[in-house]
Write a protein that binds this ligand. Structure first.
Ligand SMILES: [Zn+2]
Length: 160
């Protein structure tokens, strides 16, 4: 958004073709107003086309509205889809973790328990229980861990 307080005056002058010497001098030195002066006649033409039956809106307010719409639309585009996709991804990944752990929970807890000193001393069937956790399970575990890491990485990148 331009901070130049003369911009509405410039737009009005350009739209009506009523320039004062001071405004003309200002446009020569102010980039924002130069662009505004170039666009103002087009904006007015657009307003006339769009709204023939009604009284012409103030080109300055039209200009401000267009700029506001542009910036909010850009902000929506930048943030909304990413957030929605991220939330969906997290839900899917969380669901996969839950399913995977539920599927092999008993075998997994037995395998974890096999690391306790009592089991190690007794030479308990650590390898046996580990074998009952299929290769498929470990493959899924690795894939899911990678997806989770990638998702976290993507979130960190998106926040910057
Ligand atoms: Zn200016």
């Amino acid at each position: 958004m331009s901070d130049c307080r003369l911009e509405p005056d410039v737009i009005r002058a350009a739209a009506r073709g009523e320039w004062t010497e001071s405004l003309r001098a200002h446009v020569a030195t102010c980039a924002d107003c130069a662009i505004a002066a170039e666009i103002a006649p087009w904006m007015q033409q657009f307003a006339r086309m769009d709204d023939r039956a009604h009284k012409l809106p103030d080109p300055a307010s039209l200009w401000v509205r267009a700029k506001l719409l542009q910036s909010t639309a850009a902000a929506d585009r930048a943030s909304l889809p990413i957030t929605r996709v991220q939330i969906a991804s997290y839900l899917v990944v969380a669901g996969c973790w839950a399913a995977l752990l539920t599927w092999k929970w008993s075998a997994l807890s037995a395998w974890i328990n096999s690391f306790t000193p009592a089991h190690v001393i007794l030479g308990a069937a650590g390898a046996e229980t580990a074998a009952s956790l299929s290769a498929m399970f470990f493959l899924m575990l690795i894939v899911l861990a990678s997806v989770t890491a990638m998702l976290a990485f993507h979130t960190i990148l998106a926040e910057e």
